[in-house]
Design a protein around this ligand. Structure first.
Ligand code: GLU
Ligand code: ZN
Length: 505
């Protein structure tokens, strides 16, 4: 057979194509942990694709919790993945053979599976109220939290008595005796003693399915081969594996997926990065002017490395190199400074025209240019961008740096702190001399401006360049950090440059 060789084909017999999924719950604003999980799933699937095995990346939305799920969060999640370029092959909006991909649209399936499970011995009806379970736990002094198995072997009389009271049962999964072990793709062998895993509810008393049921049912029916997700879900894995055995017995599942749990991400003070941390919000990076390439590269480092001495790489390079076995099981530390440095490295890799293109929405939002961009502004932007492309670390800084060129003179302002510092009495003397010097410039060019300013301020007055140009820079651009001064003055033009020097006095 003319099947391409893959690295797995020799050890595992015929290779099945990889199917992985991203299964976010649309509650609140998407977290960087979600980006990490999505990225590793994506890289895993695309690597499998690249090596001939075949890989499908599925996006399904786990919105069974009606109270907490919001449309706003759903939209934010899709916006996030689209911005990052983590394109899903199958799932919400794009469809596929195993849809629908929103759990809220799959209730019939869950009810159907639940009915089948209820007829089997893998589950039993439980009539207990939470307060009764809690009271029994207190009385027995048991350390095991959760359900105690009270209804496992109810007699028909006991059941009738509960029904006569008008109680509605919920369906509980009967955890098997012994232990459950799996070969975690990240952590190696993991074992849970099932005596510490209580029988869990699959639905509410009103029949509404719970996550404990819906996620494994979807993984089974969507034919997911590998479940890669955060370590916070580790404790649900023995339950899901047990449920898979039941689903195989009733014909819902074919095989149990492999599981891999990605390490925790720690924030400040070595606490888990939580939704309360401002740096946890993934879309905030976009809004601050991060490049998707930069954020993805940084997030890849939360548990993975392309090489011991290399931090900067592209998504394509990650896909090519990615092997889940290389993921480190130890907690990863989130380091905003490093994220910023990596983002800067990606900005430096982009051609100026591309930076301009990416900065445009920020320039519009900041009112630096209009929407649509006027021709004159577009031309000025083309001339000005090369001056800042090498100096910015985030796209928002383009607007900060170039605003002075585009602003109407009447609206031009200077940074108060910078002005206070550099346009003091000595600074104003410098600006005065600069005004004299450049007023005499013949042809208004960068070189002529430089010659005039250097001749007067540095050569004649004997000022150090920093002391000479700092005040002029604040007078002209309004800020201490700006594009190169002489080029900026050329672009600003003679009249406006002179006016600004004058107004600084
Ligand atoms: N919906 C779950 C969550 O947002 C993920 C479930 C899973 O990956 O198995 O945490
Ligand atoms: Zn019970």
């Amino acid at each position: 057979m003319n099947r391409p060789m893959t690295e797995h084909s020799t050890t595992q017999g015929p290779v099945t194509p990889v199917r992985v999924r991203m299964a976010p719950s649309p509650t609140g604003s998407p977290h960087v942990g979600l980006v990490r999980t999505a990225l590793f799933n994506y890289a895993f699937a695309k690597h499998a694709e690249l090596t001939g095995r075949g890989g499908t990346f599925v996006l399904r939305i786990e919105d069974t919790d009606k109270e907490r799920s919001t449309e706003e969060s759903y939209t934010a999640i899709l916006e996030l993945f689209r911005w990052l370029g983590l394109t899903w092959d199958e799932g919400v909006e794009v469809g596929g053979a195993h849809g629908p991909y929103r759990q809220s649209e799959r209730s019939d399936l869950y009810r159907d599976v639940l009915a089948k499970l209820r007829e089997s011995s893998y589950t039993y009806d439980c009539y207990c109220r939470n307060d009764e379970v809690e009271a029994r736990r207190k009385e027995s002094g048991s350390k095991v939290m959760g359900y105690d198995g009270f209804c496992r072997e109810l007699s028909p009389e006991q059941r009738d008595a509960f029904v006569a009271e008008g109680r509605e049962p919920l369906v509980r999964f009967r955890m098997p005796e012994g232990s459950i072990t799996w070969d975690d793709l990240v952590r190696g062998e993991v074992t849970f003693e099932t005596q510490f895993v209580p029988d869990f509810a699959l639905c509410r008393a009103n029949g509404d399915p719970l996550y404990t049921l819906t996620a494994p049912v979807d993984d089974a029916t969507m034919r997911i081969t590998h479940v890669l997700r955060g370590e916070d879900l580790l404790s649900s894995t023995p339950r899901q594996i047990a449920l898979f055995e039941a689903m195989k017995a009733i014909g819902v599942a074919e095989t149990t997926p492999a599981y891999g749990h990605l390490p925790y991400v720690m924030g400040e003070g070595n606490k888990k990065l939580s939704k309360r941390d401002p740096q946890a919000h993934a879309l905030a990076y976009r809004d601050q002017g991060f490049l998707p390439e930069g954020l993805l590269n940084y997030v890849a480092l939360l548990g993975w490395a392309i090489a011991a001495d290399r931090d900067v790489f592209t998504l394509e390079e990650m896909v090519e190199a990615f092997d889940i076995a290389d993921v480190n099981a130890n907690p990863a530390r989130f380091d905003l400074k490093k994220a910023e440095a990596i983002n800067t490295a990606h900005l430096r890799m982009l051609p100026v025209e591309e930076i301009t293109h990416r900065a445009l929405p920020f320039l519009k939002a900041a009112g630096v240019v209009g929407d649509p961009v006027r021709d004159a502004d577009a031309q000025l932007l083309e001339l000005a961008m090369p001056l800042v492309a090498e100096r910015v670390n985030k796209l928002t800084e383009v607007a900060d740096m170039l605003g002075f060129l585009f602003v109407d003179e009447a609206d031009f302002t200077r940074d108060e702190a910078d002005a206070a510092k550099l346009l003091d009495e000595t600074g104003r003397e410098v600006v005065k001399a600069a005004h004299h010097a450049v007023a005499a410039v013949g042809t208004w060019s960068t070189q002529a401006i430089q010659d005039a300013l250097q001749g007067t301020l540095v050569d004649e007055m004997g000022l150090k360049p920093r002391l000479a140009y700092g005040p002029v820079r604040v007078a002209i651009t309004g800020r201490r950090v700006s594009p190169p001064l002489f080029e900026s003055m050329e672009l600003l033009g003679r009249e406006r440059s002179l006016a600004r020097l004058a107004s600084a006095l």
